[in-house]
Design a protein around this ligand. Structure first.
Ligand SMILES: Nc1ncnc2c1ncn2[C@@H]1O[C@H](COP(=O)(O)OP(=O)(O)OP(=O)(O)O)[C@@H](O)[C@H]1O
Ligand SMILES: [Mg+2]
Length: 512
């Protein structure tokens, strides 16, 4: 038998107007962790969808050789039967089913057409123990964190007796701790069971840590495969392969000229919409200055998104109280429209669920934030709309066939760029960005930081919520630390370090 569990040969896949893959080659050894990296829109997810039968035989050209056999998968079931499982970029669990039900979804433990719940529970528990989920198996998916949801996906794949596991950006939405847990689990399954993994990620530090081989693809073509122990693997080399040039700095230079306070929130209190007894935001005060990039750092669940959304037209929470001042004047933001009219914008962390209308094209999604700007007497000037959309597509380098491509068909990172374009279009004075570079490749991250800088230079105020500490430290002028619904620290760029932020969090835990 050959060393390879998988060989993908000369895979070409076209969509109307786009050649997503152009004779891509990928060779994966038995029992290795193989990383697939590349810029947003390079074709990583598409390649994995070809492999797992989502784009069936006939919709692509080239050969898939799996365990020495040429395969022509008709659909995803077909590849699953051969032991290939895929965990998608956006999770595909059912929120209102339990952990156990989700693990066996589509693979029900049944006899004579009736689900055997005893077997389901028992096997689910075994799998949960294996992947390290210490929760009640009857909990609903919607009530557990994303870190655990990823583990449920892995348990689900293992339930199908998978030999080759594909993970498309599994840690994009996870904090460092959950990411580590997941990666350690992969290493463990790899060592103990010989599970072969293909992992896609933009977090290059993770990739270099766990992979045996790394394949770089750019614009739908294979650039190179690096092997641990044989090649010198560095982040710089991977980046060069991805973007085709050296990226000397991760963060653009910043020459900040910061003005007076132009946005301030006082005594902000927000209750949980489902549990009116529970305070989610407990009297928060903060301000941001003209031309300033302000970071809000904290662990997942600290209340940062809840704070931002409750300010942005009360789009989260109940019984909200407190005051908002803009340019020294008190303002009301009773709904999102009113917030936008005051020049506030909030870029959601959930691009698919709340950021985009997936069935609509790029053009319409961008103009949505301020239709008045391109309308006369209530009628949208479509020429103007097109012009704006084209400009943004160019400026943010949104990779797509045209501005008429449905956003649902864009690659994850390019979807994120459209959401950003949408809010830039409304020309806000106060721009709140919630995890703005989630799923964005290193090169495009730099471009987004440069845009943020540019906005700040124009005198706008930017608030960046990010779980990536290096990002906060790399771009912000001042940092607030949030924990358990409270601001627990504030520091200047010069004082802020990973250690000082973490120690603020640790010292405040359990105090409120
Ligand atoms: N269903 C589709 N219809 C049309 N074009 C598509 C479709 N799916 C993907 N594409 C295009 O194919 C190209 C590759 O997309 P793909 O999702 O594979 O990128 P990716 O490498 O996974 O990027 P990311 O890192 O942003 O997730 C992109 O230009 C994308 O717009
Ligand atoms: Mg992708």
């Amino acid at each position: 038998m050959s060393d390879y569990i998988l060989e993908m040969r000369d895979i070409t896949k076209e969509f109307p107007g786009v050649k997503a893959l152009d004779q891509v080659n990928l060779k994966v050894n038995h029992g290795e962790i193989h990383a697939l990296v590349g810029e947003n829109g390079a074709g990583k997810s598409t390649l994995m969808k070809v492999l797992s039968g989502i784009y069936p035989y006939g919709e692509y050209t080239g050969d898939i050789v799996y365990n020495g056999q040429v395969c022509s998968f008709k659909d995803i079931k077909d590849s699953e039967n051969q032991g290939i499982a895929i965990i998608h970029q956006e999770l595909a669990l059912s929120p209102y089913l339990s952990i156990a039900e989700n693990i066996f979804l589509g693979n029900e433990q049944q006899s004579h057409g009736i689900i055997n719940w005893n077997v389901t529970s028992k096997k689910a528990q075994e799998l949960m123990d294996k992947v390290g989920i210490n929760l009640d198996r009857n909990l609903l998916i919607k009530d557990i964190g994303v870190g655990h949801q990823q583990l449920v996906e892995i348990a689900k794949a293992l339930a199908k007796n998978c030999k080759l596991l594909i993970l498309d950006e599994p840690t994009a939405a996870l904090n460092d701790e959950d990411s580590d847990k997941l990666l350690n689990l992969l290493i463990d399954l790899n060592k103990k069971q010989g599970l072969t993994c293909i992992i896609i990620s933009h977090k290059l530090n993770e990739i270099t840590k766990i992979s045996d081989q790394i394949t770089v693809i750019r614009d739908g073509s294979t650039i190179e495969t690096m092997t641990k122990g044989k090649d010198e693997i560095t982040e710089d080399r991977i980046i060069k392969g991805m973007v085709g040039r050296d990226l000397l700095e991760r963060y653009p230079k910043r020459d900040a000229e910061i003005g007076d306070i132009n946005f301030e929130v006082r005594d902000w209190v927000v209750y949980d919409p489902l549990d009116e007894e529970r305070q989610r935001i407990k009297g928060v005060n903060f301000n941001v200055k003209k031309g300033e990039i302000l970071g809000i750092s904290g662990l997942m669940g600290a209340g940062r998104t809840e704070l931002a959304m409750s300010i942005f037209g009360k789009s989260y929470g109940k019984n909200i109280s407190g005051e908002i001042f803009k340019d020294g004047r008190k303002i009301e933001c009773r709904d999102v429209v009113e917030a936008i009219s005051h020049g506030i914008a909030y870029l959601t962390e959930d691009r698919k669920g709340a950021g985009l209308i997936l069935s609509d094209d790029i053009r319409k999604n961008i103009s949505l934030s301020d239709l008045w700007k391109i309308s006369k007497r209530g009628i949208v000037n479509t020429d103007l709309e097109l012009e704006h959309a084209k400009n943004f597509r160019e400026k943010l380098r949104i990779k797509s066939s045209s501005i008429f491509q449905a956003t649902g068909n864009l690659s994850g990172g390019n979807q994120q760029k459209v959401v950003l374009a949408k809010w830039l279009f409304s020309e806000p004075d106060i721009l709140i960005l919630d995890e703005p570079t989630r799923g964005i490749d290193v090169g495009a991250k730099y471009e987004i930081y440069a845009i943020i800088n540019e906005l700040a230079e124009q005198g706008k105020s930017i608030i960046v919520i990010s779980s990536e500490l290096p990002e906060i430290l790399g771009i912000c002028d001042r940092v607030y630390v949030m924990n358990e619904g409270q601001m627990v620290g504030e520091m200047d760029r010069s004082q802020a370090t990973q250690e000082s932020i973490m120690s603020c969090i640790i010292q405040s835990t359990g105090k409120y």
